[in-house]
Ligand binder design. Sequence first.
Ligand code: WTA
Length: 685
Amino acid sequence: MSEDKSRHHAAEQQTADVSEAQIAVHWPEEDYFSPSNQFIAQANLADPGVFARFSLDNFPEYFKEFADLLDWYKYWETTFDASHPPFWRWFVGGRINACYNCVDRHLPRYRNKTAIHFVPEPENEAIQHLTYQELFVRVNEFAALLRDFGGLKAGDRVTLHMPMVAELPITMLACARLGVIHSQVFSGFSGKACGDRVSDSGSRLLITMDAYSRAGELIDHKQKADTAVMEAAGTGHQVDKVLIWQRYPGKYSSPTKLVEGRDVIINDVLKEFRGKRVEPVQMPAEAPLFLMYTSGTTGRPKGCQHSTGGYLAYVTWTSKYIQDIHPEDVYWCMADIGWITGHSYIVYGPLALAASSVVYEGVPMYPDAGRPWRIAENLDVNIFHTSPTAIRALRRNGPDEPAKYNFHFKHMTTVGEPIEPEVWKWYHTVVGKGEAVIVDTWWQTENGGFLCSTVPAIHKMKPGSTGPAIPGIHPVIYDDEGTELPGGSGRAGNICIRNPWPGSFQTIWKDPDRYVSQYYSRYCHDPASKDWRDWPYMAGDGAVQAADGYYRILGRIDDVINVAGHRLGTKEIESAALLVPDVAEAAVVPVADPIKGKVPDLYVSLKPGLVPSVKLANKVTASVVSQIGAIARPRRVVIVPDMPKTRSGKIMRRVLAAISNHQDPGDVSTLANPEIVEQIKELAR
Ligand code: WTA
């Protein structure tokens, strides 16, 4: 058995009687790795004094340093307003425009510098290098179109369902220029999932693209817009216009017909706006910049509302000091802009710093596992950012590929899920060629930017641990009773953040109660308190803190499955299964996967008298894919005669999870139907 496998095995054996939060990571403590002197010498932040400056005693004024990285039309009066906990307000009274800060302000010095390198997936298509001047021109023209043709004004919402193309940041920045709130939905999500988000956000306009390239195929993307509009209409929400970018300008690349009076080809209409300029709208710091939907404990996705001033200040500071971005760097984050990582660390953070940011259309492994390293060599990328899932896949499929290409990263990031020390070491030695520092950044859609990470020129790295908190963030781990679990206690608990920070979301769109109950109620002892100290933010992750202060994140404590670093709600998957009329009950559980970290296994029981069949199982899978998207595709659908249940009728997902992961389900004698466990084991074999 390889070392890898035996570790895996050891982890599995300990898991029968611990909660889901605790099973994720059972790696031994690792030795430290140090950043090179060369890295430290050029780093934006190497002064350990930063932590004293950002001590809680200096809260909230220390966050002024974040906002001072931006250009303001009007300086704020109040750094932090806590008068309506936990609805914090930052930089109150300030006026700012996010697009201005990411584009216009760089023109005097950097107009001829590349802002965006767009790398098409087909390798024979040329890479496009968009300078800051070109970005400025294209953003202005499109902003004029959105305003004068689309009728959009500050405060309106617009849904984007766009692939990884240069037109996506252009669209986001054009919205930001007008103060229009964008809500970009991951292009891999289904038309139905997009439609729900269109409706929830109240978008009258949907912006999409006709087609894009993925794994060697030109995918018809426009068809999803038709489904989305229909789905939204089903909820009583009307979409007036669908604006469609052409993947190949001048040519419509989708077999799906245009709907007269509703569908508009952007590239045609844009001609009327050539040379148009739009003054950036001077927005209040507190105006929402965008919505980002994410999965949570109950069925409906939550629209996390992010602010303009606080959010932009936070992602700019963390990009500068944690990712060590200088204007002369070429920075590549391989995430999708459809997730929060892409918003913060492909678009807003890097562009606010005048970096050159790479936007890659396709999958990392296309056409082979050498592709990312060819791109890195070609563009001379020196900062790289990706997820453990991508690293595992590249390691498995092309462990020797990085050595064949001449690229040198000074800095690499990992994000989204815990990274196994073995995988971390491959990343460090083979991808980083032993030269690059690595930051393992822990945070969430709700948070806007990094919460925990090493500061790369100050801290040593420890594989498998995210590191301490970043300057200005003060975490605490509570047990279920609210007792603090100090570093080195060896006990896992719920990780919370003691203090508010400017990057945090402002609320859940149209659902402020859920914002309070899900993130702040648990450890707040006095709901009437106006003191921010009484309102710790609960992240929903289990964690332990080692004696050296480094945190290790163990996984979600709620009904969320982290598949390949992407959050999927168990309720969303289960409701998709229940749409198949034959299905009586559905339960989804996470299964350990060597590449994706976790994948969903779906158990269903049928209505009385119905007979299980492969066809039916396939129907359930198809329903999940069409409701949510291919990302949620169950590893398998197991049709069972009945679910394991407690005497009160609750489905015991823990038992199903043990079966799926080939673990001992433990004592099942207290179940209402203990005999079912053996039957399910047989079926799931
Ligand atoms: C998990 C992604 C371990 C965690 C930015 C969190 C991590 C969820 C890490 C948020 C990490 C994120 N180590 N686990 N470095 N980063 N997670 O909202 O469970 O898509 O709650 O945001 O991913 O996922 P989300």
